[in-house]
Design a protein around this ligand. Structure first.
Ligand code: ZN
Length: 235
């Protein structure tokens, strides 16, 4: 795992940074740490070492969406830290439980991507506007029907999961980047993903943290270009 610190509140952990980067994040709070996403395998050992160094305990795990490269590591982390609260958006909790059915009123395109069978249940289901410490839950459907992002109210860092990627070139979910095409292959509905990208841009984040690729500071201009490219690609 590559581990990098970004400002006072955020640590990025990257599994397979050179070949197939998958990020998860530790968010530092007064009362301890929140893990956002978990990659495919357990990051428990790295988290234990970081928690010791920081003098903070892991309190919570939350997920941007149900795909296996975000939810797969949760089981191992729960085993090592049995008291943590695990949360995910209400809608993607159904995907996590194996139900790929769509609701009336949702675009009827198939849910895509890779899922793992899990033997745990989330402790808390999140809705737009809910808070996890300093993080506000922002709806960001498109990549999956119930994808959520997290806006840190202290410094406007946006943890956007797979709503955007920065690996292989900055892109909105659903825009195929040949050097890293996997998030596009796993995207449920492109029009919804584009509307989400526009809404996230309006939050004017100070920093963008995504599931695949490096952090981006002052990302709004790059988000604008990615949105423009998506409009052309999805036309
Ligand atoms: Zn995904």
């Amino acid at each position: 795992m590559r581990i990098s610190r970004h400002g006072p509140h955020l640590v990025q952990l990257t599994r397979y940074p050179t070949v197939f980067p998958m990020n998860c994040y530790l968010v530092l709070e007064q009362d301890g740490l929140t893990l956002v996403d978990s990659t495919t395998g357990s990051p428990a050992a790295e988290i234990a070492a970081l928690a010791r160094d920081l003098g903070l305990e892991l309190r919570r795990i939350t997920l941007t969406h149900a795909h296996g490269d975000h939810a797969g590591g949760v089981a191992g982390v729960r085993e090592r830290f049995p008291d943590v609260e695990v949360s995910i958006g209400e809608r993607d909790a159904r995907l996590l439980a194996g139900d790929k059915g769509l609701d009336e009123g949702e675009p009827q395109t198939p849910v895509k991507g890779y899922f793992v069978k899990i033997d745990w249940k989330p402790d808390r289901l999140l809705r737009p506007g809910d808070r996890i410490g300093s993080l506000e839950v922002v709806p960001s459907p498109g990549h999956t029907p119930g994808h959520i992002s997290f806006l840190d109210q202290r410094d406007r860092t946006l943890i956007a999961g797979d709503a955007f990627q920065t690996r292989g070139g900055m892109a909105v979910s659903g825009v195929l980047r040949p050097l890293f095409p996997f998030p596009a292959f796993a995207t449920w509905n492109k029009a919804t993903a584009l509307a989400t990208a526009e809404a996230l841009r309006e939050l004017r984040p100070f920093c963008l943290a995504v599931g695949h690729g490096n952090m981006l500071h002052n990302p709004v201009a790059a988000m604008d270009r990615a949105i423009e490219a998506a409009r052309r690609a999805f036309r």
